[in-house]
Design a protein around this ligand. Structure first.
Ligand code: NAD
Length: 397
């Protein structure tokens, strides 16, 4: 069939298999430019199919030559419905690993569940013996915990309502948006879903089963951002969850001497998860413009291959973490010169001058690329079979 993008609000409901393959190929090429380093060899990536998790898996393959076991929550094609982008990305990734003779298997199911943790343990034990690195890169709207309670995350402020400029991506207008504060229950729900409880649950389960190698490394991804976005991000419900995640790194380091748990504070980027956050797209599109102008813009793969090759496993050195165990991959985004320019642009931008201050085109390019569309070397008029298998796939049921 001919597959076209179908965009609804901040999501695209179709994905293109050849385009997703191209996205994985380009990311591998970008990672290769950072060279190879020695580091972990058996890596578990929880949330491996899109965004920062996919970039981690690609960097693990290309920069570390590591075997990867990936956990994801994706949907295969059925009838006229295409598979999700994460499904096609994973199919392309596995093929690439296979071509290079490096182990890559994937489990599709709910990472929050006991069942998927057990399946993962079984596979690590059988195929790898032990994992020497665990990347935690989940972004999910809800979680059913091991007691059967379902929690939902939300993107709201806390304390006072927050009114700010926002970019209406559909109409291309600058509007004002008011975000109402979350209730205590909503904050708690977001912390349960996006905080560190499940990260700790994974490490506990792997440790208990004896499938985490001595001296293993684990890293979870976070975002802090500038004061400008604090009301919606860092001081919002998601920020509360991230602060909980940060405290879990400390907890894990205390609980398991020998394990090294890190928080990588990454750059703000368009991904399926971040496209849903109000106000943030305007910040991103201003930031993209400024960082592209000064030649410092990075995408997920540039961020993660820099993290792996220069910060976590620098040749001959120790991980470059601060005293809190944070690795600041947002170093370029947070430079005072960049943030001063962001503030000036933020104050000046209106519907009439968007093009002057925002990289809206760059935002949409990243958005379409996430679903495998708008690559200049992919023939979108070609008839493609949407039914693409993920060779190794193990599913929840
Ligand atoms: P994403 O939506 O691109 O990826 C989420 C991944 O989680 C996918 O692989 C998806 O399949 C998987 N997933 C979701 N629910 C699952 C479930 N129940 N079971 C198994 N897998 C599941 O998101 P992203 O933006 O790459 O976010 C990953 C992490 O990086 C998050 O912790 C996020 O907060 C953090 N981060 C994101 C940004 C940003 O700007 N995008 C910046 C810094 C940090």
């Amino acid at each position: 069939m001919i597959i076209e993008p179908k965009v609804r609000e901040y999501i695209c409901t179709t994905a293109h298999p050849a385009g997703c393959g191209e996205s994985v190929r380009r990311q591998a090429e970008a990672a290769a430019a950072m060279g190879e380093v020695s580091g972990p060899k058996n890596i578990l990536v929880i949330g491996c199919s899109t965004g920062y998790g996919l970039a981690s898996r690609i960097s693990a393959l290309v920069n570390l030559k590591a075997a990867t076991l990936g956990i994801m929550f994706e949907r295969p094609a059925s009838g006229k419905r295409t598979a999700t982008a994460g499904w096609y990305n994973t199919a392309a990734f596995e093929k690439m690993a296979q071509d290079r003779g490096i182990y890559a298997k994937s489990i599709n199911g709910d990472a929050f569940s006991r069942e998927i943790k057990e399946k993962t343990i079984e596979m690590i034990r059988r195929d790898l013996g032990a994992a020497d690195m665990v990347v935690y890169s989940l972004a999910a709207p809800r979680r059913t915990d091991e007691n059967g309670v379902t929690w939902s995350s939300c993107l709201k402020t806390t304390g006072e309502p927050c009114t700010e400029k926002s970019l209406d991506l559909r109409s291309g207008q600058i509007v004002e948006k008011t975000i109402m504060p979350a209730t205590e229950e909503e904050i708690q729900g977001t912390v349960k879903v996006m905080g560190g409880e499940d990260w700790c649950g994974w490490i506990d389960a792997l440790k208990e089963a004896g499938v985490l190698a001595p001296g293993a490394v684990t890293v979870a991804y976070s975002y802090i951002g500038p004061k400008l976005t604090y009301p919606i991000y860092y001081h919002g419900t998601i920020g509360a969850a991230k602060q909980h995640l940060h405290s879990c790194a400390k907890l894990l380091n205390e609980k398991y001497p020998g394990l090294r748990a890190y928080i990588s504070v990454n750059k703000g980027l368009v991904t399926q998860a971040s496209a849903a956050i109000p106000i943030v797209p305007l910040y991103f599109s201003i930031l993209y413009r400024i960082m592209k102008e000064e030649g410092t813009h990075e995408g997920c793969i540039q961020q993660i291959s820099r993290l792996f090759t220069r910060k976590l496993f620098p040749e001959g050195g120790r991980p470059l973490a601060d005293e809190n165990g944070f690795i600041r991959m947002d170093d370029l985004e947070m430079r005072p010169e960049v943030q001063e320019k962001v503030l000036k642009a933020w104050a000046a931008v209106n519907t009439g001058n968007i093009a002057e201050y925002c990289d809206v085109e760059g935002y949409w390019e990243d958005f379409y690329h996430m679903f495998g569309f708008r690559y200049d070397n992919v023939d979108y008029s070609a008839d493609v079979n949407p039914d693409v298998p993920v060779p190794s796939l193990i599913s929840q049921d």
